[in-house]
Design a protein around this ligand. Sequence first.
Ligand SMILES: [Zn+2]
Length: 494
Amino acid sequence: MTFQNLTATRLVTVLLISLIFSGSGITQTTEVDRLVGAMLGETPMLEDLQQLCDEIGGRPTGSEANLKSVDWALQKFEEAGVTARKESFTMPRFWLERSCEATVTGDVSFKPDVVTMTFSAATPEDGLTAPLVDGGMGTVQDFARLGSKARGAFVLIETQELVDVSGLFEEYANAAETEPRAFAAGAAGVVYMSSRAQGLLYRHNASKGPENEHPMLVMEREEAKRASRLLRAGKSLNLTAKIDIQSGGEYESYNVLGEIPGSEKPDEFVVVGAHLDSWGLGTGANDNGCNVVMMIDIARQMKRLGVRPKRTVRFALWNGEEQGLIGSWRYTQAHADELDGHIMACSVDIGSGRILGFFTNGREELIAPVNRALEPVKGLGPFEPINMPIVGTDNYDFMMQGIANLVANHDPYNYAPNYHAESDTYDKVDLRQLRLNAAIMAALTYGFANLEVTWKRQTRAEIQQLIDSTPLRQRMNMFNLYPAWADGSRGRSE
Ligand SMILES: [Zn+2]
């Protein structure tokens, strides 16, 4: 800890010196330099993170802890003197796991650790017993091989071990194809082999989201491998799953919005955000508490230094992200009248590894302004743009509304292995890098709140063109998002 602090202090000094001399003047520090310097210094950001992770803990939307985190975040903004409010919105379906266990019986008996996938169905109180069958990787050939054996069975699906973010997207993409196949074949439920070793469990949404109607489990990797070896050796196994779910219909949740009003163009908005909700396994540290406290801290330092950006900056702490990007979607509906004034929305949601650059999401015209905005922190780079649309975080509905949008791209070394898992806890956060990332995000935010805007909001036709000319459509399908765009119920309608 001491070592880390010493290193951080030295780094701050070096950076400050280099900022002063490499900034826009040799002797004069500009407003953005002061802001960046403040972000690199001692701020309450890490204490905030500890409170959010260790005291409030995992905070799935719909839980008591989540409501607590809303009040906590509001209070943090208010203590910093930043104008803030919570905005309520409707979540489509209430779902929380109460308990879940599974037993393998038959030729061999054992009791693997399991958790439910989100929106899993419950089982009868004394459990649901069905044959456990080997679904391979869940391909067309695998289900052809299984034939009628899939009917009424729990299908065990093998996974690759997860090492990076592209593996994560593959995991989602495979699930989106496997689950419809399994249920078309009449499976009773799907059991995924955990993609993380050492007994680590995690939770994603069932790929049909709130519309899923089947028991869906993740089984610890080692025991799932054991089961699949046994099945391949011709042994006969059954699985009894006992799943108890709290479930219900629509309910209210809240986004928290902190705001620094624009000095010249108060009706133009730059939205920078991170999601407040997490899953209940782990404490939502890298996903996404670290970037929540970053947002609060940038607002706090702007206020403290009296920074007055030309445009209004909204610091958005989204809710319902994990359950279908709901809070940010509802924001775009509730603020429909203001969307023409939204010049950029940025989501920070890939943990606390170094920010390597930004996804410009198919908007090439954003690369130059991003580079300009990052000029004051270029010593923390290099920064590489990736001009590909990313789906899976809160930029999505801004993209579908034609609003220029960015996602910070991080080194995922500590993010991917702990993603949605029990191990996503405070100790996994790269605290030193989080400060540097906060400085980068402060510069980006300040830059976009002040620079000249040379781009326009896209029309529905232009958004459709983006969908058709990039892998965007396939990525929308991974999260079951395309139908709502196609029928006009989500995204820009004209
Ligand atoms: Zn996240």
